[in-house]
Design a protein around this ligand. Structure first.
Ligand code: MRU
Length: 380
């Protein structure tokens, strides 16, 4: 069945625009984002000159995905410090911009700690701002390094679980270079499989309601010349039933101490499908996504998003036509319809075959395995 899709058109060169960068024009330092709400229609940069602008970009998902949110949070603290704003206040705004991806608060915390340590050492305001920026840059670099390691560990695990190559991998949401200092998490593994000739097909879930799969993962897959096929989220079951999925690879926004995984809404049903069809369900995330202070899945705060994201198509305006609804998108439900719109769901550890991090894989996924891995991460 997969081969009838082999003619999927592929893109040209990867974008030269990084997902996030720090810049220092004469008017003062800025955080520059590749605006993900405009993709794939156009590659446009969004320049944030202050923390409220960055918080807005985080909340509208112009910048998104757990690892990149951590990096953005750290640079946001550096921006506040460099522009002379109250750093602790800015940190609180940034860390609270979205509740589920633990990396955001982690990145903010790291930059604040570096800033505070410099102040406590008696350094002046500029030096303290420099310390926050250095910490943001370190986190950015570490995330890029973690990407490379996760890709290697993930591919080794695929080889072990699926000897013979020719992998048909299903992924959900977007986990590539757009969400990372490097090439991403789950997507980086698929990309490595592609580069080494082991990827037969990347099945890309469209990821309702904000279409991160259709708009962003398909964009990244095309740009990298990968063989990919887009499907609606509700087509996944028929794909499993047809025996077309060898493994599911997804990222994570928060991994609790017991190994429960919060990720984009729609991940949990894929885990249930994978279990039923005896297909490995693999989560790829850096250890910065593990939160030992969250004991279990029920303790993870799941972000609830506006109903308009469901009652209206809120894809970039360039791809929409017709009437405009109250949220600015194309209405697909009667006016006044209520919608249930959690941004994430939680997959229990018993449905997860393995969690792959930069330090290696945990499998089976248990609280003990997670805490052992974290103990190792504190030693490096
Ligand atoms: O709401 P988003 O687009 O920020 O959600 C992103 C996801 O759920 C990703 O799968 C997750 O952050 C992992 S990214 C490596």
């Amino acid at each position: 069945m997969a081969d009838q899709y082999a003619q999927t058109p592929v893109g040209t060169a990867p974008s030269t625009l990084p997902s996030l960068r720090w810049d220092e024009p004469p008017e003062g330092p800025v955080v520059v984002l590749l605006d993900q709400t405009r993709l794939p229609a156009e590659e446009v940069e969004l320049v944030c000159t202050d923390v409220p602008a960055l918080v807005g970009a985080i909340q509208t998902l112009a910048v998104r995905g757990a690892p990149l949110l951590g990096i953005a949070g750290a640079y946001g603290v550096a921006l506040a410090a460099a522009r002379g704003y109250e750093v602790e206040e800015a940190a609180e705004l940034l860390a609270g911009a979205r509740p589920t991806a633990v990396n955001l608060a982690y990145g903010v915390r790291r930059a604040v700690a570096a800033h505070r340590a410099a102040i406590e050492k008696g350094e002046d305001r500029d030096a303290a701002a420099g310390a926050a920026l250095a910490e943001a840059r370190a986190l950015h670099r570490e995330d890029a390094e973690a990407s490379v390691l996760m890709a290697g560990h993930g591919l080794a695990l695929l080889d072990e679980l699926l000897p013979g190559g020719g992998h048909r991998i299903l992924t959900h949401c977007n986990t590539g270079a757009l969400v990372s200092g490097g090439e991403g998490t789950a997507f980086a593994v698929a990309l490595e499989a592609h580069r080494t000739g082991r990827l037969r097909r990347l099945w890309v879930d469209e990821t309702r309601p904000l279409l991160q799969g259709a708009r962003l993962t398909a964009y990244e897959a095309a740009r990298n010349g990968m063989a990919y096929t887009l499907l609606t989220d509700n087509a996944a079951g028929s794909l499993f039933a047809a025996g077309e999925v060898d493994a599911v690879l997804i990222g994570a926004d928060r991994i609790a101490a017991d190994g429960s995984v919060a990720n984009k809404i729609g991940s949990y049903p894929l885990a249930v499908l994978a279990k039923y069809h005896h297909v490995p369900f693999i989560v790829v995330a850096p250890t910065t996504t593990i939160d030992l202070t969250t004991p279990d899945g029920a303790s993870i705060e799941v972000e609830q998003r506006p109903g308009q994201e469901v009652t209206e198509l809120t894809a970039p305006p360039q791809v929409l036509s017709g009437g405009v609804g109250v949220g600015g998108g194309l209405p697909v439900a009667p006016l006044g319809t209520q919608a249930y719109n959690p941004a994430f769901d939680v997959t229990p550890p018993e449905l997860v075959t393995a969690i792959v991090t930069e330090l290696g894989a945990v499998s089976p996924v248990t609280g003990g395995g997670i805490s052992e891995l974290c103990a190792r991460s504190r030693q490096v």
